[in-house]
Design a protein around this ligand. Structure first.
Ligand SMILES: [Zn+2]
Length: 283
């Protein structure tokens, strides 16, 4: 299943060949624009895509979070000041894990203010969209060695019997402490430090609104501003921050929305996006 679409102008209208997207995935849109087109704006319901134009080709990437409603959200594409092209888009239903978590003792006394401040600060980092993809190869896993995937993306979470109001924003890999954590794709490190919730943390900007994050690290081996290649060492697996055991939490944002990092990698959307811009994607 590929959650992507190829759009072409046909008699001054757009026609898109559609995949079957589900909530929690990135949706890629690519196509052709007239020579000299300066901008393309793409929106899927309330979500805005990060877009770029290279020559006569455009690429848009939009994220749908795990609470994105299914059904038929409306896709809108507009080039410069031209007419808006709209079409409802069929989403398929996806099944989610449900996790009931019981917090006791110290874990139940989370410093809500510190948690909110951390999230607000990261939101300002994720809001800075660098204009073009920095990656040039397929995305890879951030670990060569792990024991098992201990939590999937999107699992609904209830704390101490409450309602399922939150979901797991990344993918967890159970692994031994000290296991190397590697860059999954080229990019620029924008954060490398110890945080309250996420513990030892590294965040990489891959360009065009794509950010990956690596948390609960026992050691951080990256510095802000550092340009990384796929496979470069970012840190070591640990259990720092609000964590109950050694694991890597890997998350992926597309234009400010958490999507399933494992699906992004499995579907090969990194290379699909580069093809859209007529660039090569060499492992
Ligand atoms: Zn996690």
């Amino acid at each position: 299943m590929v959650s992507s679409a190829i759009c072409r102008p046909v008699w001054r209208r757009w026609r898109c060949r559609r995949g079957q997207p589900a909530a929690g995935q990135a949706l890629g849109l690519r196509g052709l624009v007239s020579p000299g087109a300066a901008s393309v704006a793409i929106r899927l319901d309330a979500q805005t895509a990060a877009t770029t134009i290279e020559g006569e080709r455009f690429l848009g990437l939009v994220g749908t979070g795990a609470f994105f409603s299914g059904g038929r959200p409306e896709l809108i594409i507009r080039v410069d000041d031209g007419p808006a092209w709209t079409q409802p888009w069929q989403f398929v239903e996806r099944e989610w894990d449900y996790q009931d978590l019981t917090l006791t003792g110290e874990a139940a006394e989370i410093d809500q203010q510190a948690r909110d401040e951390e999230r607000a600060r990261l939101r300002t980092l994720w809001a800075i969209v660098t204009p073009t993809p920095q990656w040039d190869a397929p995305s890879r896993l951030p670990l060569d060695d792990y024991l098992y995937q201990s939590a999937t993306y999107g699992g609904r979470r209830s704390y101490n019997g409450g309602p399922y109001l939150t979901y797991h924003e990344g993918v967890d890999f159970s692994a031994y402490a000290g296991t190397p954590v590697l860059a999954p794709a080229a990019g620029t490190v924008v954060l490398a430090e110890r945080l309250y919730v996420r513990g030892g943390a590294v965040i990489v900007d891959h360009g065009l609104g794509v950010f990956s994050g690596f948390y609960h690290l026992s050691a951080v081996h990256a510095t802000p501003g550092q340009v990384v290649r796929p496979g470069d060492l970012l840190g070591e697996v640990g259990t720092t921050g609000l964590s109950t055991g050694n694991h890597l939490h890997w998350d992926l944002l597309i234009n400010g929305v958490w999507v399933d990092a494992a699906v992004w990698q499995e579907q090969g959307l990194a290379c699909w996006a580069l093809e859209a811009l007529d660039r090569s994607c060499v492992p």
